[in-house]
Design a protein around this ligand. Structure first.
Ligand SMILES: *Cc1c(COP(=O)(O)O)cnc(C)c1O
Length: 360
């Protein structure tokens, strides 16, 4: 069986060595030393000034929306994971969908202004598969209309744009450290901002608003993460470079083998690095996609239609709206298996099955 993703696990003795410290200190959660160390190590690695380790990418999105005091309408993309949209609704705001670019599959910045009303307070865009949005154009629009910008960088760990971490763009960027993501702490998320005051506010919010044992500075929630999760994050961090090398190698192998298959990948941002977080392929039509998917499934190889269908069309708590580019692209995209210990021979097998399916 080959699944679409498989979480990386560090050697067990590496994780155990962190556990020993936890047993010695008996400090299990609440901004413990491992959680602080993880924040520091990620800041160092990515060249970031401010960052908070929280319990999930979703809680990071919710805290970001709350901390920025957003109300009314938030412009967002229908081509993302459900949490991007649901967090907006959860925080009592109205998502307003803007269609995506056919090339990058990110929100189409040229279509944002037409969706702005007097109720619009922010833009929440996803760097889909880790591929950066047109952050410069979005910043211009936000500045002109006095809007906040949040980036859902759940897929984007490690990506750099023009020499800076992708998380350094926007008012707040979030990342997910969920087990299915490129780099993980089992469950977990990151909140990143350049704004010191906003960081402080989000830090209070992460911990019920506590500003001392008997004092509250803000409305808060429990967004803290544990020492056990931080330990996994720390253990995995030392393997991240080899994980990236391996994923790059596997991605290149896929495209070598699929060269003649009439498939394309989303167009990557010209000035950004790639983190090889996913292996998305765009088919010429849905019929061929389904044929390949089915043939792979017969051999117990599982792919994922990520993201299908359009979030603008299927949520029971929102009135459906038509997003033509999203709908046209969502039916043609399939994510192929990609993880650290996927074998080159397995990639070759997947490609052979796909080429066969396509030619029959
Ligand atoms: C995974 C994901 C999230 C949610 O992150 P969790 O850590 O699972 O809460 C949000 N947005 C996108 C685009 C994701 O892929």
């Amino acid at each position: 069986m080959i699944s679409v993703t498989k979480p990386f696990l560090p050697p067990k003795n590496v994780y155990d060595s962190y556990l020993e410290g936890i047993w010695k200190r008996q400090w299990l959660t609440n901004m413990g030393p491992l959680a602080s160390e993880l924040e520091m190590r990620i800041k160092e690695r990515e060249g970031l000034n401010h960052l908070l380790f929280v319990s999930s990418g979703t809680i990071a999105l919710q805290i970001a929306i709350k901390a920025l005091g957003l109300k009314g309408e938030i412009i967002t993309t229908p081509f993302s994971f459900i949490a991007t949209t649901s967090s907006i609704v959860w925080e009592g705001c109205q998502p307003v969908f803007v269609d995506i670019e056919e090339t990058s599959l990110n929100i189409d910045a040229d279509k944002i202004e037409a969706a702005i009303t007097e109720k619009t307070t922010a833009i929440l865009a996803t760097h889909v598969y880790g591929n950066p949005c047109d952050v410069e154009r979005i910043a211009e629009i936000a500045q002109k209309h006095n809007l906040k910008v949040i980036y859902d960088g759940a897929h984007a760990f490690g990506v750099r744009l023009k020499g800076k971490s992708i998380f350094d763009y926007g008012d707040v960027s979030i990342c997910s450290l969920h087990a299915t993501k490129l780099y993980h702490s089992i469950e977990g998320g990151l909140l990143v901002t350049q704004d010191n005051a906003l960081l402080k506010k989000m830090e209070y919010m992460r911990n019920f608003g506590f500003a001392g044992p008997e004092r509250f500075a803000e409305l808060g929630i429990n967004g803290k993460n544990s020492e056990f999760h931080a330990a996994m994050g720390l253990a995995n961090l030392d393997y991240l470079d080899s994980i990236l090398v391996q994923r790059k190698k596997l991605t290149e192998r896929y495209w070598l083998r699929l060269d003649k298959a009439n498939l394309v990948s989303p167009v990557w941002h010209k000035s950004a690095t790639n983190n090889f977080a996913y292996m998305p392929v765009i088919f010429e039509n849905e019929e061929t996609l389904l044929k390949c998917m089915e043939q792979l499934k017969l051999r117990e190889i599982y792919t994922r239609r990520y993201f299908y269908p359009s979030l603008a069309a299927i949520l029971p708590y929102l009135t459906p709206v038509s997003m033509p580019v999203t709908e046209a692209m969502a039916v043609r995209i399939l994510c192929l298996p990609l993880y650290y210990d996927l074998a080159v021979e397995e990639v070759d097998l997947i490609c052979r099955i796909m080429l066969n399916a396509k030619n029959n």
